[in-house]
Design a protein around this ligand. Sequence first.
Ligand code: MN
Length: 218
Amino acid sequence: MVGFARYQLPELPYKYGDLEPYIIEEIMKLHHQKHHAGYVKGANAALEKLEKHLKGEAEIDVRAVLRDFSFHYGGHIMHTIFWPNMAPPGKGGGTPGGRVADLIEKQFGSFEAFKKLFSAAAKTVEGVGWAVLAVDPLTGELRILQVEKHNLLMTAGHIPILVIDVWEHAYYLQYKNDRGSYVENWWNVVNWDDVEKRLETALNSGKALYVPEPPKLG
Ligand code: MN
């Protein structure tokens, strides 16, 4: 038997209108139901082509199919992290606690310095893409990355724990071309509990990290 599991569009952990006034319902609905769903469909279509090829039912352009898979699967993964990375204002926003706060302070000096650098990363992504806070698998430290489209410049092995989508579909209906205001307002809906959970999992699971022990603080 030859085959791959298919991906599914995850439910949002809140209602489409719950991130208002910072991200309006219309954006969330289109973003989830059309854009994210499209990446799921695209990734599954690439898997189907590979399956047919393995079964001897179709010739494929391997390079093109793998490229297509990388794009769509990258999109699926990033959006799957993006939704729970946010929470309605009140539950979201504010400043992190726990280990995220400790690492941010140790590596970046202060939350404000981190926020400034991460915002700059998000505002200056060339074309469309993401700013990403990720765990470095070799040191267990936090890294800020820029990702173009959904996959380009992604750094091997890094585990994303906080991502912001800066494709125009993420903000244009509300902010027009003002990506900067969108980025500044997005901080009001960051779900730091979710970010903390992802950091703990990355550091403690030991499965995805090459670092033998979590980094010591202080
Ligand atoms: Mn998107």
